[in-house]
Every structure is written in structure tokens, then in C-alpha cells.
Design a protein around this ligand. Sequence first.
Ligand code: CO
Length: 134
Amino acid sequence: MIGRLNHVAIVVPDLAKAAAVYRETLGAKVSAPQALPAHGVTVVFVELPNTKIELLEPLGASSPVKSFLERNPAGGMHHVCYEVDDIIAARDRMKAQGARVIGDGEPKIGAHDKPVLFLHPKDFCGTLVELEQA
Ligand code: CO
């Protein structure tokens, strides 16, 4: 069912520093920072030939990645995002398989203006999984 790897998201304590690591040390193409108040993050996209890396920094007091950074002060891998053709069919399949969809189970519009859902890490090998309708 899952398709391409859309992105890997890494939460960082200092977005400018992280962007510089990817741009200068690793020689990648890195976007300008984008504040996404509705998602509680500021994001930088690292464009790779076959996928993207998203570097996320908390934005605002109720940022969903704030507690992650408290547990991982140096930053760390936060989630992987797989593309699906139909987010509702994917959600129903996950539920039928006994996997937990985070939140109310209704897709939200994600950072790329496409519907997304998050799946519980305990059901997916200890990794938070995002599904995005491609
Ligand atoms: Co994501």
C-alpha cells in the first residue's frame, strides 16, 4: 500500500545551525526557513534527488515537537513520511489491521498542503509514521 518515501523529519534545537550542516558540510540544496504557525514548527526543506529531509524547529509554546526536544536536547529523527494514493482508504486499512491512528482519525492538511495522518510509533517498529496523500 505505501508508496514513495516522501520525507524524513528531524527535529533540531537550532534550525540555522542544522541548515548550515546540510548546506555546507553535506553540500545539499536547502530551502529558506518557513514558519508554519498552524503546525507549531519552523521548517527547512533539504532537497535530495530521491526524497526530502525536513528539519523542524519548535515554533510557539504549544509546539507538538517541543516535548520531543526536551527528551532529545541534541535533536533527533522524529518521523518518516510515506506516500499513499488515498488517505481515507489507508486510514481504514490501518484501523482494520489494528494499528492506532493518532488524534481523531481525520486527516489534517500537512506542511505540503496535502492530507496527512500520523500512526502510533508503538505499532510501527518504534517509529512515528506519517502518511501523506500524494
Ligand atoms: Co512530516
